[in-house]
Design a protein around this ligand. Structure first.
Ligand code: FCB
Length: 453
């Protein structure tokens, strides 16, 4: 018998609230060298010994590139309103500048048309980290020319798909690309230099703003925005040292992105702290970054806790942990969303990623992932709480549709609501998939009742 699924009171969400599920290109597509695709920085990074925990790469991943129709059916089976996917820049423009690759574009046209045919809104992300290696070879995001290359790529994509996709996100998680990619070096391209990381962050933000301006000038009708990874950051103890350390970390991970995007300025305390590592900023850059957006996307997984000594650890905090070692803190999402609403003037907000890795067991065609189901249900409830407190929440998307390549963790960490057997590439919906499907059905009924009343 199946274990009982977690019960949460059914909250009312607005009738136009967008429910979705998310993936990204490098994590699922595979077909790394097919149909003219260029090399990405993640293709290259995976070849560095020790870079990926299980020594794996994205060559095959979930083989989504060859299983598009069946995967679209899985998405449709959930009953979601929207599917968030990313486009591999080197698949559509192998060198990141110059010629575009029609075979690569054709894949995304089939994806977008397949979604529309199934009544699902396409939410496209232009950059979910897989930069063309050719651009990295000439300096990557640290080099100002990459900003202009990105704008040209964005314009090309929007001209081809802009009328068919509901939303275009410029970048997914600039903090991760800047800091994990260029300061700690844990992610591609594996650089370890704080000044470079801060220049990268600036160029990502600038390319976002300039792309928005160019797309609007071109008459693009999709809604345009960016997706940030954000957490509420608090001190481990009330000591003055911990409070100051937490404030600085909030500055580096939250305000460094939110303030330029929504106020047109970098936070002064962080600027001062960075010393020689501040980015080079040209006179009109901040005005461009401050270009109004149609939405802001937030990815939330856990809270941040900071101690000045570095002694605090999630492992001993007493809270339940996911397989990533991340604390499970649904109320942290409500805290984050209400804080955003208080501290900045915001467009409609979407949770664009939320989910959890757990060790799953596939037995007789079933995965009873009670913990993941409870994680998703409790975080949806946390979004409902934020809505009830007046936060302009417009949507929620589960990370992720299926188990996939979890970056430096390889395939060992499973975030999917669909199980993937990497030996056979067979997909099996987990209990969390069934729960989300039933939850969406119930939401659908509530919408219909409200309409009928
Ligand atoms: C986010 C990434 C996404 C996935 C989740 C677990 O930071 O955007 O690709 O890896 O974490």
């Amino acid at each position: 018998m199946n274990p009982p699924l977690p019960q949460h009171p059914l909250q009312h969400f607005p009738a136009d609230f967008v429910w979705g599920v998310a993936t990204s290109s490098f994590q699922i597509e595979g077909a790394a060298h097919e149909d003219g695709k260029g090399e990405s920085i993640w293709d290259r990074f995976c070849r560095q010994p020790g870079a990926i925990a299980d020594g794996s790469n994205g060559d095959t991943a979930c083989d989504h590139y060859h299983r598009l129709e069946a995967d679209l059916d899985l998405i449709a089976g959930l009953g979601v309103d929207a599917y968030r996917f990313s486009m591999s820049w080197p698949r559509v423009q192998p060198d990141g500048r110059g010629a575009f690759n029609e075979a690569g574009m054709h894949f995304y046209e089939r994806l977008v048309d397949g979604l529309i045919a199934r009544g699902i809104k396409p939410y496209l992300t232009l950059n979910h980290w897989d930069l063309p290696q050719a651009l990295q070879d000439s300096g990557g995001w640290a080099h100002r020319e990459t900003v202009h290359a990105f704008v040209a790529y964005a314009r090309f994509v929007a001209k081809r798909l802009g009328e068919r996709v509901a939303a275009i996100t410029t970048h997914n998680e600039p903090w991760v690309m800047a800091v994990l990619g260029h300061e700690t070096g844990l992610f591609a391209p594996g650089i370890r230099h704080r000044g470079t990381a801060m220049q990268v962050a600036h160029h990502l933000l600038l390319s976002h703003g300039l792309a928005l301006q160019a797309l609007r000038a071109d008459g693009c009708t999709s809604r345009l925005g960016i997706v940030l990874n954000l957490s509420p950051i608090g001190p481990a103890t009330p000591s003055a040292e911990d409070v100051a350390a937490a404030r600085l970390e909030d500055g580096r991970s939250v305000r460094w992105y939110m303030d330029p995007l929504f106020k047109g300025e970098y936070p002064a305390d962080v600027w001062q702290h960075l010393g020689v590592d501040v980015p080079q900023v040209q006179p009109d850059d901040l005005a461009a970054i401050n270009t109004p957006m149609d939405f802001l996307g937030i990815n939330y997984y856990t809270r941040g806790v900071v101690s000045a000594s570095g002694a605090w650890s999630a492992q001993t905090s007493g809270k339940p942990l996911t397989d990533m070692g991340w604390e499970i803190v649904p109320e942290g999402l409500t805290e984050l969303l209400t804080r955003m609403h208080r501290d900045w003037t915001l467009p409609p907000l979407y949770v664009k990623e939320n989910g959890a890795a757990f060790q799953d067991t596939l037995v007789k065609g079933c995965v009873h992932d009670v913990e993941r189901t409870d994680y998703i249900a409790s975080h949806i409830a946390a979004v409902g709480d934020a809505l009830a407190q007046g936060v302009p929440m417009a949507g929620y998307m589960v990370w992720s549709l299926m188990d996939n390549f979890e970056w430096a963790s390889g395939y060992a960490k499973r975030f999917g609501i669909v199980h993937v057997d990497y030996a056979t590439l067979t997909r099996t919906p987990k209990d969390s998939y069934l729960w989300y499907r039933d939850f969406l059905l119930a939401q659908q009924r509530l919408r219909q009742q409200a309409l009928a009343a």
